[in-house]
Design a protein around this ligand. Sequence first.
Ligand code: ADP
Ligand code: MG
Length: 261
Amino acid sequence: MMNKIEKKISLFDKQKDQLRIKIKDTDDIKILDEVFDIATLKILYEFANKGIIKEMVGPVSTGKEANIFHAIGSERELAIKIYRISTSNFREMQNYLIGDPRFSNIRHTKKDIVFAWTKKELRNLKRAYEAGVRVPKPIIAHKNVLVMEFIGKDGIPMPQLKDVELDKTQRKKIFNKIIEYIKLLYQNAKLVHSDLSEYNILYTNKNEYPIVFIDMGQSLTTDHYHAEEFLIRDIKNMVRFFNKQGIEYSEDKIIKEVRSK
Ligand SMILES: Nc1ncnc2c1ncn2[C@@H]1O[C@H](COP(=O)(O)OP(=O)(O)O)[C@@H](O)[C@H]1O
Ligand SMILES: [Mg+2]
């Protein structure tokens, strides 16, 4: 009898031409074991069969709830976000799902909650994208796997805002862009990001789109009973981050500005 990991590796071996995943060392096997359960592998194979994924390249980030992988798609580089079912904080997820009319019918098993969460992130990204907020272009989601545009080049993601040094003019420009995006989200997409911070903003330094909002699983519709509270928290987070760098912004003024038509 093969053990669990051996089974997975043999499954990988069989399919590796399709996904071109290379197992380099024990670290890879550990990630493999945690993230790629058989069901998740199947989804990736399906995406490969459909021509969405050409090659799974490697891990980009291991977060609390999800792993991000870099992959090659048919036209562009991809980021694949895989929510882990076993280690997800599904109780907290549940709190965000309750009160969102789009997800009032989901069953409340751990799996269903994670699947609904993944779909929610896809839909939130779509709404944001359509409202003109620069986010990774969402491509497809199935069960716990979300495929989106990779923000970066050759497998190197653009840095998080927390890791870039900005001069005073850039800082102002970036702050204004952030407020513009919060407002577009709120007024046009009818969404509140709800986890906005220097961690969930990537910095591209491009003229047209200098920043990209990411990580929208927890974003809420503006009719959610926590929406106003989270809008204020998002704004406070950003004001705190920028004021630490010697710029004086008034929270209240910005909250008013975001709410005004
Ligand atoms: N579309 C993307 N393109 C490039 N890098 C990404 C993308 N999405 C996420 N990342 C990288 O992975 C990290 C974690 O992603 P995030 O969606 O914030 O997940 P988490 O829930 O773990 O915080 C990001 O900070 C970023 O470095
Ligand atoms: Mg994040």
